[in-house]
Design a protein around this ligand. Sequence first.
Ligand SMILES: [Zn+2]
Length: 450
Amino acid sequence: MPYEGEFAAYRPLQRIADSDQVRALLTRAKRVRVDGAGEGLPKPLDAPPSDVALPELVLAIDGSNAEVKVTNGYPGARVGYITVASVLLNLKLIDALDEQRPVDPVKFRTTEEAATLPAALPGSNVVTREHISARDSFRAELYDLFHDAIVDDDDHVRLIETYEALLRLKPDTKPQRCPYSYDGCGESVLVRTGLTECGCQKRRAIFSTDALRVHEGFRDDSSNGEVLGEVMQVWERLLLVHLLRCFESRGMLSKVEKIAFIIDGPLAIFGHPAWLSAAISTELKRLNAKVAQGGGSDLLIIGIEKGGTFVEHFADIDIMVDEDTPLFANRSYFLPDDGYIKKRIIYSNSGKRYGADTYFGRKLFYKTANGSRIVANIPFLDDDQDTLDTSDVSRYPQLPLVCELLDKLVSSRFENALTPIVSAHAHAAIPLHLGEKVLKQLAAALMKDD
Ligand SMILES: [Zn+2]
């Protein structure tokens, strides 16, 4: 998603207002927590030096979405757009060209968007084909979107196949409301892969993507920004898993350590499709185990949070004692554990682990070599790593590399966001447009030195 300064170029004014409101709310909440602070501050540790070389490539996955009003004769008709861009950064090129003036992020973004086909989804009052409501049109289009999304021209494995592989990992214990419950259907359904039917007399279509339950948040009478946000976060994370699975099926997993994967936002799935998080976690652990069997090191996957409670908290504690002597020295980190998060960041008395239902990774506070504060997320790649009980980093062997990579990518001008990271290095970026020969390009980049 665009970073702050870019907003004006892409978002309707409504969006800016929304985001100001969100920020104001966070500021109010923050004050409550900061009272009585000073004690219990974390003790940041120096980032251990990495004894292996940085990966040669960084694959950044970054989505954006917007909603526009359309004229179709009905009031308030809207259509949503989603774009998920993946960009390959060549770290060697960054080295070679780092002296050059950074590219204007807005300009870069414009070029990037011009070449990327956004996916459109019906919003309120937009009814397609034979559907009986905008909601059902949305459901059908969402299925088609994942079904038609071919990441690679030569490969033809559809995004829906990766999605349905994850759907098969979903426990059968929780049937959901029939998607036609708004129309009076009282059935509960277990959504399966492909196209099925509701068990009631009307036998209406159930799509595998109905299991995401995104449609339950669909609004017939107003903006569907939240719904679009959920689809976008699913698509971004699905694309990560999809690419890894493509590497696997092509016998290229052994090369994957040459690539770091960076995604926009936390390593989590929020809202209606949250169950997908556990499935992604299981799949990442499986893929990582396979990489390890081949003698490789852990996958290098980083989520970068550009806003929210953790970003605010990191900023708060860093300058809490003394604004001139920050708590975090450059190149120091802190891995908040469950107790710390519940006591200091997201207050909770619950015995359940923070983010147990939503996260497939955990937070890392890191201050880069140039003093930028980054709230990164690192994934749980085996059961040993799948814990918030400890701040001990020895079970996360990629942490030194993560820190070094962030040092390299983040400039102090653009902290806490992925798009600026990509934009700042636009001269070394290859946009991987979905539907083109993405895997071929990747394979070519990976095989170059062999
Ligand atoms: Zn039904």
